[in-house]
Design a protein around this ligand. Structure first.
Ligand code: UDP
Ligand code: MG
Length: 337
């Protein structure tokens, strides 16, 4: 079985169209599949639509979260619920194109344990984001202590081994593309063209994006902390030059007061910068120590299949497990017996 995990937050405009596209892409490619939609506390009719979809299509699993937990929280709940031998992660807004799914699955069948979707191109109608994404990947690429494939988001397929490895990690501030690279396993890449959102507005706030970017940098690099050393070297040298020039200056410099004030503020800003960076790390250490969950599931809706459990069957067969799935008696008959 292949599972597809999709986080959903206020996507009522797209859900039905999206489901049709994903189901269409999977049909004929895999025999057994489930699509796990994680409703991340939507305030529109997304949850109702998903529940209707689930009643109509037994491939659909709907996970209800206790509130809005954000993209990463929703994805984690989906990973916890998915039962497939392989799990695909993708956004529910057509930015990760469903047509690419067969390629991901094929690469997995060819032996890859993690198949990463890497963006060959990106359509992004939001101009600020379009400018910031390459900058972010460049900064992360140059700071990261561990090589992380750039231009890759959550869109990927992971074998059960890799999913279990990710789930076993207790980190709270998760940068999934980084962790996915860090755990290792046999990797392969599928290139795709990232689309623009098919409808509705982007759901992630600017602040949450900054937080995510800081998660990425802080969880894969200590270099920002070391900036303090570089800055202290710089300010030490400036102080030495100034101290020496005191002895050679012939007359009191009239604008010296202004210069000193500027220097004080400049030093202050450097100190605050390093304190701020320190704070980013300490805050994350605090998150880890408190060990709060990343998200909470309130309900899972999935198709009820009226077959007996393995234990009941074993008992009925005198410890022998039936080889023919068609011969499974149903649960009611067993209870009656
Ligand atoms: N999403 C979510 N919880 C949130 C925000 C977003 O589950 O708090 C979902 C959203 O429905 C979409 C995916 O996460 O399927 C990516 O969100 P979005 O498209 O807004 O992010 P962007 O593509 O703009 O980075
Ligand atoms: Mg999107």
């Amino acid at each position: 079985m292949v599972s597809v995990v999709v986080p959903i937050y206020n996507e009522e405009e797209l859900i039905l169209r999206f489901h049709e596209a994903v189901a269409g892409a999977l049909k004929g490619v895999v025999d057994d599949w489930e699509i796990v939609y994680v409703n991340d506390g939507s305030t529109d009719s997304s949850l109702e639509l998903l529940k209707e979809l689930q009643a109509l299509d037994p491939h659909v699993v709907v996970v209800e979260l206790s509130r809005n937990w954000g993209h990463m929280g929703a994805i984690l709940a989906g990973l916890q619920t998915a039962r497939g031998r392989a799990v695909v992660l993708m956004d529910g807004d057509f930015q990760d194109p469903p047509e690419v799914l067969p390629e991901l699955i094929e690469a997995w069948r060819d032996g890859a344990e993690i198949v990463v979707g890497v963006r060959r191109s990106r359509k992004e109608s939001r101009k600020i984001l379009a400018a910031l994404f390459p900058l972010f990947y460049r900064v992360l690429g140059s700071l990261s202590d561990y090589p992380i494939p750039l231009n890759a988001g959550i869109f990927s397929l992971m074998d059960r081994k890799a999913v279990d490895a990710l789930l076993a990690m207790q980190e709270k501030n998760r940068y999934l593309p980084g962790l996915r690279a860090w755990i290792g396993y046999r990797n392969s890449i599928v290139y795709y063209d990232r689309q623009d959102r098919a409808g509705g507005d982007g759901k992630l706030t600017f602040v949450s994006r900054i937080k995510y970017a800081m998660d990425a940098i802080t969880s894969f690099s200590y270099k920002p902390l070391r900036l303090s050393f570089a800055l202290s070297g710089f300010s030490g040298s400036v102080a030495a030059v100034l101290a020496l020039s005191m002895f050679v200056a012939a007359a009191p410099i009239t604008s010296a007061a202004l210069g000193i004030a500027a220097a004080v503020f400049f030093m202050g800003s450097l100190l605050l910068l390093t304190l701020g960076l320190l704070g980013e790390y300490i805050g994350r250490v605090y998150d880890e120590v408190r060990n709060r969950p990343i998200s909470l599931i309130s309900r899972v809706h999935r198709a009820e299949i009226e077959t007996a459990t393995q234990v009941e069957l074993m008992a009925m067969q005198g410890g022998v497990f039936p080889s023919e799935p068609g011969s499974y008696p149903d649960r009611k008959a067993i209870k009656a017996a």
